[in-house]
Design a binder for this molecule. Sequence first.
Ligand SMILES: *Cc1c(COP(=O)(O)O)cnc(C)c1O
Length: 511
Amino acid sequence: MLNGNMGENEPFKPMDSEQLREYGHKMVDFIADYYKSIEKFPVLSQVQPYYLKDLLPDAAPDQPEKFQDVLDDITKKIIPGVTHWQSPNFFGYYPGNSSIAGFLGEMICSGLNVIGFSWITSPASTELEVIVLDWLAKLLNLPDQFLSSGHGGGVIQGTASEAILVVLLAARDKILGRIGRNSLDKLVVYSSDQVHAAFKKACQIAGIYTENFRVLKTDASSGYGIDPKKFDQAIHDDMEAGLIPFFLCSTVGTTSSASVDPLVEIGQITEENDMWFHVDAAYAGSACICPEYRHYLDGVEYADSFCMNAHKWLLTNFDCSALWVKDSSALVNSLSTNPEFLKNKMSEQKKVVDFKDWQIPLGRRFRSLKLWMVLRLYGAENLREYIRNHIKLANLFEQLVRSDSRFEIVCPTLFSLVCFRFLPSNDDNDGYELNSMLLDAVNSTGQLFFTHTIISDKYILRFAVGAALTEERHVRESWKVIQNQATIISRQHILSKTNMKSKCEGMIANE
Ligand SMILES: *Cc1c(COP(=O)(O)O)cnc(C)c1O
């Protein structure tokens, strides 16, 4: 038992290094075995809502239980309710990578368990974060203004959603500082209709008026990127109406289709109009460490802030969202607090960065350890190869889809996301039902997991390659499963239609 050395009158000891060693090794074995057998589980958990309520007691135990009993419960009760994001057959949403280096970094982060909100609370936590984000900025070839040597720098947020929120707050307070706080109702924000839902949420939190949220419509002709002319026109109209355009949230690699906004053109427009320009590259940013994909970031030099999630496609276990800003004082002016109990000489003398002033919460984990270990233990060349391999596999999947005339590719495959759909027969409406049935049927097999989106009112299937364990055979096998289910579904579809038809005919005959 965990506290087996507890005598009658000895106090409870929740930490003991020898016990940590013993149980820590067991847990590592458990996790290694999980990865070894991960392909055996259905990728999408097949449980029903509240399945766990019936399996667990309704109150915490009074007395300690055995570690092995807990492990057994994880195997028997928890794992069935897990959707296996690390399965090589996980192709849903965007990936959420894990890796050995990321895992080891997570262990040491948990092991030290420091709360590095101010420099003084753990100088290494702040300083490593500054250095590692400079490293990553250089791998992405970001402009020097995003480096810590100037007025800006990088910071690790939990998620891209938090990144959007903090830069929106900084931008809002910067402009309100100039024009007066009672002008909040005049501030207008812009994005395309492909922007992540996190932007809308951030606007709600920041108090941006709903009627001042401009959603620029995109279509296939511009590859689902923002049309600079429409953007310019919208700004013009808003200024005519006495409103104040102040923020653009653009995307490199949108969540629906991985489309890319034309950063150079829209960046110039934000510059002319003195607006804050945020570039959200949560998923596709990782690809830009490869020189051949870096051009998707051309124009980032106009941006005030840039974000990519190392926890999506760069082998860093969740969470690790990297945000860079050119002017960190905008963040600090908006988000800093300075209660007496946190005061210290280093902060007072402004000699140090206190990351509490660059984020929403106070407490923060030592997440840079993970990213540092990923960059050091793999090296940039391996990371680039890793990205390239996924893009190659996505291209292979695209070829497979193209070779079956029952399907079509809907958007160009820019990174590792393939958007496709099962073509409805002529007399069908838009294939909505057909494709959603196919998706459900495939995911119910448990053999792979993928997801969908709606683009231009069409139901689109998304196949996102990017799990660390995915190999060519997984992609080929998955495609076979999709094809087989498509065959079954179209048969059912035709059958149900013939049934309907004969029913109708029967009704007519009865009349
Ligand atoms: C995944 C994603 C997000 C949200 O990421 P979180 O880190 O979960 O908040 C935002 N924007 C884009 C483009 C994404 O792909």
